[in-house]
Ligand binder design. Structure first.
Ligand SMILES: Nc1ncnc2c1ncn2[C@@H]1O[C@H](COP(=O)(O)OP(=O)(O)OP(=O)(O)O)[C@@H](O)[C@H]1O
Ligand SMILES: [Mg+2]
Length: 256
């Protein structure tokens, strides 16, 4: 069904230790298909913990999370591995393999998931995605240590794109980048989203960018959803915590 959310959480809770705090606390949300969704919120509110549930890297204490209609925690490891080709992920630290060149890094998911594909074909696809991400051929045979932070994120994006995933997920894609690189990475994320007309999910601290790019905003607080809706609804919300976060987030970047 076209209106089925790509990601749906129902009363999702997570407690790391038996007597510990609930870092996800009955979190329910629906992330719409073919939209750009931003997840925002203060540090420590459970954004990355939630993302790990979506990626099937961790298991909730209770509740349900469905990705493309499937409950990941019911899957066998082989099924989960195959399912992950639907999800392209760019982690905050880019998470490249240090002992592989740029091109090898980007071709790695093809090697894993398209075993019958020839090496030449893999390299052709990897090169195409690197070029789309704005990297020239002169960098293809370099190792990650020789790249800047912004370039590494481009390689990570190319690697996330290589299997043409249904959902692209970014965790803090621009944190730690200088303003020029930040703008370039932001533009790349947006043009990639528009070119593919697929679903994009970005976890970010950068409120102005989130409000600029996103169709759908989710604000987490204390492991639950405090706000979920459109940008204009977010801008109008009279909830005290939303209003405070909005003012702080916009002031910080000098755009009040
Ligand atoms: N493996 C873990 N074991 C115990 N507690 C954890 C674990 N991972 C995260 N937490 C706790 O869960 C809470 C939410 O963490 P999370 O990383 O999701 O925050 P966040 O919203 O992504 O913050 P930030 O914006 O700083 O990235 C924090 O209090 C954190 O200490
Ligand atoms: Mg985080």
């Amino acid at each position: 069904m076209s209106n089925t959310p790509i990601i749906e959480a129902i009363k999702l809770s997570k407690q790391f230790t038996k007597d510990g705090d609930f870092v996800l606390n009955s979190l329910s949300l629906s992330i719409p298909k073919n939209k750009f969704t931003a997840i925002i919120g203060y540090s420590g509110t459970g954004k990355s913990v939630f993302l790990r549930q979506v990626l099937g890297l961790d298991r909730a204490t209770s509740g349900i999370v469905r990705v493309l209609g499937k409950e990941l925690h019911n899957m066998e490891p082989a099924e989960l591995n195959a399912f992950r080709k639907n999800l392209g992920v760019v982690f905050q630290d880019s998470a490249l393999f240090d002992d592989q060149t740029v091109l090898e890094n980007v071709c790695f998911p093809l090697k894993e998931h398209k075993r019958s594909m020839s090496e030449d074909k893999r390299k052709a696809i990897g090169s195409e995605k690197l070029k789309l991400s704005g990297l020239n051929e002169e960098h293809f045979n370099k190792f990650p240590e020789a790249l800047s932070g912004g370039m590494k994120r481009r390689v990570a994006l190319a690697r996330a794109l290589v299997l043409e995933p249904k959902i692209l997920i970014y965790d803090e894609p621009t944190t730690g980048l200088d303003p020029v690189l930040k703008q370039k990475v932001d533009e790349l994320i947006l043009t990639t989203h528009k070119r593919r007309s697929s679903s994009t999910l970005v976890v970010t601290h950068d409120l102005p960018s989130a409000l600029h790019f996103a169709d759908h905003i989710v604000m987490l607080n204390a492991g639950a959803v405090l706000f979920e809706g459109s940008v204009s609804e977010f801008l109008k919300s009279s909830d005290n915590l939303v209003a405070t976060f909005r003012e702080q987030g916009l002031n910080k970047y000098g755009k009040n």
